[in-house]
Write a protein that binds this ligand. Structure first.
Ligand code: ZN
Length: 209
């Protein structure tokens, strides 16, 4: 896995970020750098395998969900996190090996059940960059810690909404993700992915501190 500074794709990601930032609050000009993630063949294969699993599961249900059957209900989501190394600085695209550096760890090893599960529910993603940015918690007062957004392709599968009796629900199988807050026009602002394999990081947006 390696990262390159995306020239053509940077603009697209910036537009995605900017438009959803504008919708919430004006965090404009927060983008320091956009990096494109080059996923390894193995990672891509794992993601596609997961999609197939979700599709097979969906096909066995009496109530058919067309999006699940078609592509596993793929969505583009934001994941808010932090970066502790110099990634993105001075055109650096080298991943570090620190366990504390969430961005590098996620890109190297994928999302993990233990570390990225919010409240033991699932991996918390948002439909807007603004909400993802707000969700970032910085525990370390190390000044080199920067906030970052990971733009992910996500296999949402069957979404359980609204969020009630989460603890109970996540134990049950059948659903692949849980909706938290549902925004206007019934778009799912907050979504918990129950399986970390459902996420494929595509871009890393490093924010200005
Ligand atoms: Zn790092």
């Amino acid at each position: 896995t390696e990262l390159v500074e995306g020239d053509s794709s940077r603009k697209i990601v910036e537009i995605i970020c900017r438009t959803s930032w504008l919708k919430s609050e004006s965090h404009c000009g927060r983008i320091e750098r956009v990096l494109k993630v080059h996923n390894m063949q193995k990672t891509l294969a794992r993601f596609e395998e997961y999609r197939e699993m979700v599709k097979i599961k969906a096909s066995k249900l009496p109530k058919k969900h067309p999006r699940c059957l078609a592509d596993g209900n793929e969505l583009l989501r934001f994941y808010g996190t932090t970066v502790t190394c110099s990634l993105g600085m001075n055109a650096s695209s080298n991943l570090c090996i620190s366990e504390k550096c969430s961005v590098c760890r996620i890109i190297r090893h994928g999302f993990s059940t233990k570390k990225e599960m919010k409240g033991g529910i699932g991996v918390f993603t948002t439909s807007t960059s603004g909400r993802a940015y707000e969700s970032i918690e910085v525990y370390d007062d190390n000044p080199s810690v920067r906030k970052a957004l990971v733009v992910c392709r996500v296999i949402a599968g069957r979404v359980h909404k609204p969020l009630d009796n989460i603890q109970e629900m996540s134990g049950q199988s059948g659903f692949d993700s849980l909706a938290g807050k549902v925004g206007l026009y019934s778009n799912i602002e907050e979504l918990y992915l129950l399986n970390p394999r459902a996420l494929l990081p595509c871009f890393v947006v490093i924010c200005k501190s």
